[in-house]
Design a protein around this ligand. Structure first.
Ligand code: FMN
Length: 200
């Protein structure tokens, strides 16, 4: 068990318990076509309201133009590490349904698709790290995202590398204990704030 494994009250599936967001990616790793298609299929088969599938993805492999354009939109703190990932995937949500009516759940649905992609990465022995720290307007301009589509996140995917390979300022975060708010402050029953009575 990795020290980054989630410390859960009872066992949860290893794909979930061993999902975490690394910054140290192997700069020599490349993704095969089959792995790439399996990641994209995992996203494409996500559930969505009325099967609206509001997600679209811009996909770059390290070394190609799409990757470079996506990378250039990242916030400086994310540019410190994300450039060693094998893939950069920008998730974009359609703001309207095909009928033209606004789709307020588009971001929710698109987040689900990214979650599926992230878990498929784990199933392939890879890791994914989502980022909200990027410039959506720059992404829109440099990759031609049309009006009516909202860039939401960029996900770096690749093979894990040693924490020692990171710049000093990022090393400690890579190995720090992972934390979550306690269940009693998260799961309620009877009324808001009243902890769900689970367990013995
Ligand atoms: C929507 C979203 C945006 C995020 N943005 C960033 C980011 O810009 N930079 C970063 O280093 N991590 C980012 N993260 C990663 C979170 O910091 C991370 O998921 C959280 O600290 C929990 O850690 P874990 O994923 O290892 O469990 C983001 C995660 C999500 C879901």
């Amino acid at each position: 068990m990795s020290p980054r494994t989630a410390n859960t009250a009872v066992a949860v599936h290893p794909l979930l318990a061993e999902r975490w967001s690394p910054r140290s990616f192997d700069a020599t790793h490349t993704i095969t076509d089959e792995e790439l298609v399996s990641l994209l299929e995992a996203a494409r088969w996500a559930p969505s309201a009325r099967n609206s599938q509001p997600w679209r993805f811009l996909v770059g492999r390290r070394g190609d133009t799409t990757y470079r354009r996506i990378f250039a939109t990242l916030a400086p703190g994310n540019r410190l590490w994300a450039g060693n990932s094998s893939l950069l995937v920008a998730a974009v949500a359609a703001e309207r349904l095909e009928s033209g009516t606004p789709h307020p759940g588009a971001a929710y649905d698109t987040g689900l698709a990214v979650a599926q992609l992230s878990l498929q990465a784990r199933a392939l022995g890879l890791h994914a790290h989502q980022m909200g720290g990027f410039d959506p307007e720059r992404l829109r301009t440099s990759l031609g995202v049309p009006d009516g589509y909202q860039p939401l996140s960029i996900t770096a995917i690749g093979a894990l590398a040693a924490p020692e390979l990171l710049p000093q300022e990022l090393r400690d975060r890579e190995t720090a204990a992972r934390e979550r708010r306690p269940p009693a402050e998260t799961f309620f029953a009877q009324s808001w704030g009243n902890p769900l009575p689970v367990g013995p």
